[in-house]
Design a protein around this ligand. Structure first.
Ligand SMILES: [Fe+2]
Length: 304
């Protein structure tokens, strides 16, 4: 029997005080919006099978739920496994917003396990990697950015080590590296995968830190940053290249002080990968900006 593991990050939910503000922000980022039932707005990237982000009306911007994809046949096994850990699956009033199993983690965050197959990112290399003779690359570049798919998200959590253990034991997420004492990066599924699809950041309370969507390379990241600026969402950070996981990035600040990221070119890890604790800075370029990174980038502005 296969090892019981979630296969991918399927999505997440946020409560937001103004769904129309959120629609404009994520629409500018390149996600397509589709109204779901009962005022829930679903947002999808280009290759999404179902909505990755669900936005629900609320008093404050707040993390509402996490959703991981599992093999449909594993759902009864997860139910039994979770009960064994003392976590009883239940049925919140909003359970119909995503199919599958729901449970509350020990910190009160709702988690959904939904039937969804892992789909690897598109294998096409960015056009800058192809031989280019007698051509104008700049005239061929796609300037409109519509991300390929949700890649990963990070949440703030108290009891950081305990939370890492819980997500490993309960969902089979494998820790792939740590920024020591601060961030645990975790991969889903088996075999070769993105370095992480989920991460936990040590914090005073639960909150959404950022979600990251895959795009085709540095040009899409650059055009994405421009796209956001032209839409009036000019606060951002990057582009740059991360340390742990090595992905290229650009972060745009959302209207509530958390972040959305375009990423490309992330390290992959196999079953042989050994997690390490790192003391290095979170990115290798651009220049280190402690005043930004330690304050803005790591602010959990959600109510406790
Ligand atoms: Fe990220």
């Amino acid at each position: 029997m296969n090892v019981l593991r979630v296969q991918c990050l399927a999505g997440f939910g946020l409560e937001v005080p103004d769904v129309e503000v959120a629609r404009a922000f994520y629409g500018s980022f390149g996600l397509a919006a589709a109204d779901e039932t009962a005022g829930v707005l679903g947002l999808s990237s280009r290759r999404a099978v179902s909505a990755e982000i669900l936005l629900l009306p609320g008093r404050h911007k707040r993390l509402h739920h996490l959703s991981f994809g599992v093999h449909a046949a594993d759902l009864p096994r997860f139910e039994e496994h979770l009960r064994g850990l003392g976590v009883a699956p239940s049925s919140p009033t909003f359970s119909r917003i995503r199919a599958g199993l729901w449970f509350e983690d020990p910190w009160g965050t709702w988690v959904n396990l939904t039937p969804a197959a892992y789909r690897p990112p598109p294998s096409a290399e960015p056009p800058t990697m192809e031989p280019r003779i007698d051509r104008h690359l700049w005239r061929e570049l796609e300037q409109q950015v519509r991300p390929n798919r949700l890649g990963h998200m990070l949440i703030f959590t108290p009891d950081w080590q305990k939370a890492e253990r819980f997500y490993s034991d309960a969902l089979g997420l494998r820790t792939t590296d740590r920024a020591v004492g601060k961030v645990a990066f975790m991969a889903a599924g088996s075999g070769v995968r993105d370095h992480h699809c989920f991460g936990l950041i040590h914090g005073s309370h639960r909150g959404f830190q950022h979600a990251s969507f895959h795009v085709d390379g540095i040009d899409q990241i650059g055009f994405g940053a421009l796209q956001m600026k032209h839409a009036g969402f000019s606060e951002g950070f990057g582009p740059g290249r991360h340390a742990i996981a090595s992905n290229l990035f650009y972060y745009a600040r959302d209207p509530w002080g958390s972040w959305i990221e375009y990423y490309a070119d992330m390290d992959k890890v196999s079953e042989d990968w050994k997690a390490q604790d790192w003391n290095d800075l979170p990115y290798v370029w651009p220049e280190w900006a402690p005043e930004f990174w330690s304050r803005e980038m790591n602010a959990n502005l959600e109510p406790r």
